[in-house]
Design a protein around this ligand. Structure first.
Ligand code: PLP
Length: 384
């Protein structure tokens, strides 16, 4: 959190936690206490943050779907970042004469796969940069003042991409005279496994700061920088702790499998993107163990429920060298803080949602979410 707040900036910085990464109330409260604001991906997320105790003015909604409760949220003070011409028009009809932010797609792609790419022509996020005149016409029609510009493309760890994105964004800001804050979104890479490259703020930050300074010299506007890390703030703070529920094999020419009492119902990233997470087997006894190659699979009756896919390719399997495993051993999946608990294939095979436990800085464990019960899982069903 301290590192995110120290991101190099010329004229001030607001850090928003992209709460979709891990939206549990206790986690939101930790961010709030640290002075971090909130990026909400839906009206429900905004309402959830308010219930967790966040002041509405500290929440900005950037959503694919226009929230049905937008009027109520904005009336409370929540900020809105329009992500399409339709959203901008709807906001203008409801709140004519007010301030707004718009999300533009500056025409640049990044992200680690097609599935996480949030900029460029193949991404639906934000308003395509060539439609800026329509943005201005829509705003003018409703007397809206566009004071915020947002261009989250998931810039990753490549410094050239950050500078290029900042420059494209500043180019748009130059044509939007009321803009006083510019959000470059999130997407800082973290290294979960060896070989992955983390974003280095000392490398990407200074050129971005210099670009803001040059913009101020040229246009007389000292833009306030906003960033919206999700992954960066929580990814390596969380682990999934499971048991080896079974150990099986498919013969001499086949594979050895560790079956967990968890899986895509808790962590979907490997199946979805071929994401790599460190896996550590913790023997329950003190017998000496060798190592062996295993595929680690989840508990769902679904061949895609795999925790050891090839990097970036969920279609392919990549057996991993692990401690020789016996039934009942603990298996820890690390780097599971972001987009795991928040993005599971919840309740598939009718497995209830798992509990969450927070390890406090003093060393104490505190349960922050209870395990779901079967009754809760069935709560909304209407039997014949
Ligand atoms: C998801 C999201 C983020 C955070 O992305 P990370 O890759 O987790 O840092 C930031 N801004 C917006 C608008 C998002 O949708």
């Amino acid at each position: 959190m301290a590192r995110a707040k120290a991101f190099p900036n010329a004229f001030g910085l607001t850090v928003r936690y992209a709460m979709k990464a891990l939206p549990t109330a206790a986690v939101i409260q930790i961010m709030d206490r640290a002075g971090i604001h909130i990026d909400a991906s839906s009206g429900f997320e905004a309402a959830r943050a308010i219930r967790a105790g966040v002041a509405p003015e500290k929440i900005q909604i950037t959503a694919q779907e226009l929230p049905v409760n937008l009027q109520e949220l904005v009336a409370q003070g929540v900020l809105f970042n329009a992500c399409s011409l339709h959203q901008l028009d709807q906001y203008g009809q409801t709140f004519p004469g007010s301030e707004i932010s718009v999300r533009m797609n500056p025409g640049l792609g990044s992200g680690h796969s097609n599935r996480t790419n949030v900029g460029g022509p193949s991404a639906s996020f934000g308003i395509w940069h060539e439609h800026l005149e329509e943005v201005q016409a829509t705003a003018a029609r409703h007397n809206l003042q566009i004071t915020g510009l947002h261009t989250h493309i998931g810039s990753g760890s490549d410094p050239d991409t950050w500078v290029h994105c900042a420059n494209l964004s500043l180019g748009l800001a130059a044509r939007m005279p009321d803009v006083i804050r510019l959000s470059l979104g999130g997407g800082y890479k973290v290294a979960r496994v060896e070989g992955e490259k983390a974003t280095d703020f000392d490398v990407i930050g200074p050129p971005v700061r210099a670009a803001f300074e040059a913009f101020a010299d040229a246009h007389g506007r000292k833009l306030h920088l906003e960033v919206e890390p999700g992954t960066f703030l929580v990814a390596n703070a969380g682990a999934l702790i499971a048991d080896a529920a079974d150990v099986v094999d498919t013969g001499e020419t086949g594979y050895r499998f560790i079956k967990l009492n968890a899986g895509m119902t808790e962590i979907l990233r490997p199946s979805l993107y071929g994401a790599q997470h460190p896996i550590v087997v913790v023997p329950r006894d003190d017998s000496s163990r060798g190592t062996a190659r295993y595929l680690v699979v989840g508990h769902c009756c679904e061949s895609g429920d795999v925790l050891t896919p090839a990097p970036g390719n969920p279609e392919e399997l990549a057996p991993r060298m692990l401690c020789e495993t016996r039934i009942g051993d603990a298996v820890v999946i690390e780097g599971a803080g972001a987009y795991c608990s928040s993005m599971p294939s919840k309740n598939y095979n009718s497995f209830p949602e798992c509990a969450e436990v927070l390890l406090e800085s003093g060393g104490a464990f505190r349960q922050i979410r209870k395990r779901q019960s079967l009754d809760q899982l069935l709560e909304n069903e209407i039997a014949g």
